[in-house]
Design a protein around this ligand. Structure first.
Ligand code: CMP
Length: 151
């Protein structure tokens, strides 16, 4: 298993529902470290660029409107197999298909308002991390750091 980095976004609905602590606890207790964090409100141009791959999809305009509707928490998560692990913790994009106990099964309202975003592959993770963070804003976990569960 390789140590990877992945981009996480706690979306406007997740922030509005006061879920930052619950979501971050799930990441840390699963062995992921939060190595960069930033609260911000995306403007339309940023959201359009971030979701450029979806620009021909019928939901693109609504997605941009929703993602700019309030503050988000953008974060870099690091750990063994972080990209797939984060996707397991989030659950399927559509909460109706999300496995029990995942963030989206527990908290998401709909396929659009689905609380969290996570990179889906190594190349998108690199692009998405660089979209929000400079390397000097990212702090890899020290080798001696313990997992939350081990304390
Ligand atoms: P995310 O993982 O951030 O990637 C693209 C986002 O588009 C997705 O989560 C949802 O918020 C949204 N999305 C994906 N599919 C649909 C859909 N069929 N209808 C509405 N929104 C969607």
């Amino acid at each position: 298993m390789a140590v990877e980095r992945t981009l996480s976004i706690i979306k406007p609905d997740g922030v509005a529902k006061n879920l930052i602590g619950d979501i971050n606890r799930r990441f840390e207790s699963s062995g992921l470290s939060i190595i960069a964090t930033r609260m911000m409100q995306l403007d339309a141009r940023e959201a359009e660029r971030f979701y450029e791959v979806h620009k021909e999809r019928p939901f693109y305009r609504d997605l941009v409107r929703y993602m700019t509707s309030g503050p988000v928490l953008v974060q870099v998560l690091e750990g063994d197999d972080a990209i797939a692990l984060n996707r397991d913790i989030m659950g399927a994009t559509n909460p109706a298909d999300a496995a029990p106990g995942t963030i989206r099964a527990d908290h998401a309202e709909s396929i659009e308002q689905n609380v969290v975003h996570g990179s889906d592959a190594a190349d998108t993770a690199r692009r998405e991390v660089a979209f929000f963070f400079d390397e000097k804003q990212i702090f890899s976990r020290p080798a001696q750091a313990t997992r939350h569960d081990d304390r």
